[in-house]
Design a protein around this ligand. Structure first.
Ligand code: NAD
Ligand code: TYD
Length: 354
């Protein structure tokens, strides 16, 4: 794809965890691109994540819901988006178990609404157009003790979250085949880093350690995830957006597998040091609770393709990334406080009462 110097880029979900890092990277690195951050500001969306760039002349915020097809169509017409980087989603597996329909609505129907709007607007000229869909490795289901997910691994989603993301991936691909809509999909492993909502493992445990609250480990804790620092994901998205080939998919991951219990012990050790607490005091907070239904045993990404084709590789080790993450949460007490009051407490009590 030939690079255009000016573009109107729609980034959906830009007030969320990964989206805010992608928006920041694009706004700062490409002053000649107009970046439109479209977000419904659900519980997971927070404009506080973007205060450092909100005054930049190439940054624009639009509060809108991707489930609202007519509003989405109007916005495409009004702003004439050339490209879409689609991150807006319901993203938490546990919430998808409680309320699967919310995931069908936003992740599947919302994505199809965006695809329709793009197809309509780009109907007469597909040059330099791109629909970039950000997805997850969870679409591949679970691995046993060995092996890695590659771009050709068959989809076998096990949770309502991963089933909704798999469906949306299929729709993006189908629009590429049926309507020739230019697209990429990348499937990334578990992200961690600053600004992650404290429902996911790492920020939830950091928050609980600070508060000396129990650390709720699902099942025996012998589940494996492949962790990637969020800024490395944003860098991969930037590269894939500019250099990736139409109708390609890329797996993104850091070859960084950790069994939950080992990760939790490392986190406890680092937190004890940072908080000046006695060695091993945080590990005493570990509490085994009822397992997550349909809990995938192991995720691990083979990121060879993006490494070889686009030259991408992670910039930080896990220990460095984890330390930066802990420091961010300790330095941003007010952010953490504001997102863990009110509704969060209700969610927490309900989720962890069992
Ligand atoms: P997040 O939950 O932190 O943020 C999601 C954002 O989408 C929020 O700002 C929210 O307000 C917005 N949103 C939700 N519903 C919307 C709607 N109907 N209309 C408009 N905006 C809406 O999620 P995240 O962890 O930043 O994930 C971003 C994307 O990356 C998702 O598509 C997710 O599936 C994918 N992904 C996440 C991970 C991960 O580890 N977090 C890994 C791989 C892929
Ligand atoms: P999570 O951060 O929810 O990501 P995902 O389920 O998308 O991989 O969970 C990461 C791992 O941590 C997963 O194996 C579930 C486990 N986990 C717990 O043991 N306790 C918790 O409270 C949470 C949120 C997750």
């Amino acid at each position: 794809m030939k690079e255009k110097t000016t573009k109107n880029i729609l980034i959906t979900g830009g007030a969320g965890f990964i989206g805010s890092h992608v928006v920041r990277l694009f706004v700062n690195k490409y002053p000649n691109y107009q970046i439109f951050n479209l977000d419904a500001l659900t519980y997971a969306g927070n404009l506080e994540n973007l205060t450092d760039i909100e005054e930049k002349p190439n940054y624009h915020f639009i509060k809108a819901d991707i489930n609202n097809a007519s509003e989405i169509n109007n916005l495409f017409e009004k702003y004439n988006f050339d490209n879409v980087i689609h991150l807006a989603a319901e993203s938490h597996v546990d919430r998808s178990i409680t309320d699967p329909l919310a995931f069908v609505k936003t992740n599947l129907i919302g994505t199809v609404n965006l695809l329709n709007a793009a197809k309509e607007l780009w109907r007469d000229n597909l040059e330099d157009k791109l629909f970039y869909h950000i997805s997850t490795d969870e679409v591949y289901g679970t691995l046993g003790e060995t092996g890695l997910f590659t771009e050709t691994t068959a989809y076998a989603p096990n949770s309502p979250y991963s089933a909704s993301k798999a469906s949306s991936d299929h729709f993006v691909r189908a629009y590429g085949e049926t309507y020739d809509l230019p697209y990429f999909i990348s499937n990334c492993s578990n992200n961690y880093g600053p600004n992650q909502f404290p429902e996911k493992l790492i920020p939830l445990f950091i928050h609980n350690i600070i508060q000396n609250k129990p650390l709720p480990v699902y099942g025996d804790g012998k589940y494996t995830r492949d962790w990637l620092y969020v800024i490395d994901h944003a860098t991969a998205i930037d590269l894939a957006f500019h250099k990736g080939k139409n109708k390609q998919t890329y797996n993104i991951g850091g070859f960084n597998e950790w069994q939950n219990l080992d990760l939790i012990k490392l986190l406890c050790e680092l937190m004890d040091k940072k908080l000046g607490r006695e060695k091993s005091s945080s590990t005493k907070l570990i509490t085994y609770i009822k397992d997550r239904p349909g809990h995938d045993k192991r995720y691990a990404i083979d990121a060879t393709k993006i490494h070889k084709e686009l030259g991408w590789k992670p910039s930080v080790t896990f220990e460095e990334g984890l330390e930066k993450t802990i420091d961010w949460y300790l330095e941003n007490e007010l952010w953490l406080k504001s997102v863990t009051s009110g509704k969060y407490q209700e969610y927490y009590d309900d989720q962890y009462k069992k």
